[in-house]
Ligand binder design. Sequence first.
Ligand SMILES: C[S@@+](CC[C@H](N)C(=O)[O-])C[C@H]1O[C@@H](n2cnc3c(N)ncnc32)[C@H](O)[C@@H]1O
Length: 197
Amino acid sequence: MWDERFSSSDFVFGTEPAAFLADAASHLDPGSRVLCVADGEGRNSVFLAGQGHDVTAFDASPVGVDKARGLAAERGQDVSFHVSGIEDWDWSQPYDALVAIFIQFMGPDMRATIFDGFRQAVRPGGLLLLHGYAPRQVNYGTGGPKAPENMYTEDLLRAHFGDWQIVTLRDYDAELSEGKGHSGRSGLVDLVARRPT
Ligand SMILES: C[S@@+](CC[C@H](N)C(=O)[O-])C[C@H]1O[C@@H](n2cnc3c(N)ncnc32)[C@H](O)[C@@H]1O
């Protein structure tokens, strides 16, 4: 499904980073080692590489990863790209930060397992930058799957990461203009959390 969506020459979510990341990247230390999960066509990983970070990214769609490689080359940026399902990723490698943006293809059971992986992959003192839709997004029809159970609430994220230092946790509406994939009024949830040392 994603290979097909990514097969046109335009970028489904644009080539600029998610608005959340453009702002939240200010929390990263210079030269951070960052993992971008389910990175799609590379808009977020390439942005972070351009900010001087040491970026690894993966996505399950080979077509998406090919486009991401092209975007990185066009911008003269170096990202270590991989084709991988999130369920197959080895979380034992520690990163200074993990970036997870619009990865709501997962239902609650898989999400719980993957969030455990995130908890492992962020080094002590490192950061998680997570951004996605709130359940009401299903009625907005401006992006994301029609599966309210895949969406985030503040309570859900607190249940998984409440023992970390919460830097930002907010649920809000905003106008997104991120390619034709995410366009219009959107119900959003942001989390920036620091793993305890
Ligand atoms: C809504 S897009 C977001 C892409 C990117 N994070 C962004 O913000 O531009 C969701 C992405 O999840 C990827 N994806 C879907 N299922 C996946 C899986 N099981 N493992 C890894 N990536 C997956 C898709 O290929 C797609 O790139």
